[in-house]
Design a protein around this ligand. Sequence first.
Ligand code: DGL
Length: 273
Amino acid sequence: MLGNILNRKNGKIGVFDSGLGGLTVLAALRNNNPEYDYIYLGDSARSPYGEKSQETIYQYSRQATDFLFRQGCKIIIFACNTASSQALRKVQENDLPEGKKVLGVIRPIVEKCAAITSTIGLMGTKATVSSGAYNRELSAVGSKAKIISNPAPLLVPLIEEGWAKKTITTKMLKHYLLPLKSKHVTALILACTHYPILIKQIKRIMGKNCQVPDPGKIVADSFKDYLARHQEIKLSKNGRCEFFTTDDPEKFRRLAKTFMPEKIEKIKKIELI
Ligand code: DGL
């Protein structure tokens, strides 16, 4: 009885993305902390977010946050740079029930790159690049690096279509990356959680003089530290993971294989309002 009451108080970890990209973060989180219970929500029906206005991205993110809190999440990670750059602050300021937390992906990546002093390349969605969030956060941690950004609007639709391995995707990557390579960037920030599934092609194009850190691992390592510093956040530990999508669950299951090794048993379709 007491066990049940305590368990009800312990919350799950919500992981939210506009679609499938956040699975790269979920996989790293599960790898670091398999003991916790996770709920993944991919808003594939309305993906990509990267082309939408700040107000729309905020509304969608708020709906996702409400849904995940209703499902028993105590803490939510926006595993989406677009939502992190355009909506996170507003959600943190206006929409948090007591004792709940929402975190983003930008701060951990920036902290990891803070020591780089040379030129950093950044590739992300239009909304992430135009928000200037990475530039602001890098200055806030005292970075002296020069940032050169390139929006890559066509990559998310190609990836969500399951076309990551097609020649057209490599061609698009070259189109977006070669201008950064020609500026001799020594590190490339993948400012979109969809891109790590292209990391091999990206590294090949950028060459050995450019490091390309894995953002999923950075976020997961930082989250582990965060939980160690915040022992007051009580999380349930049954090692379960539930999946929700706003689009076709079968398409989600088929494409999810490319993003995470874990086999997904059950996916529920929901509508976000
Ligand atoms: N994975 C999202 C991100 O990190 C993709 C954004 C989109 O839907 O355009 O930005």
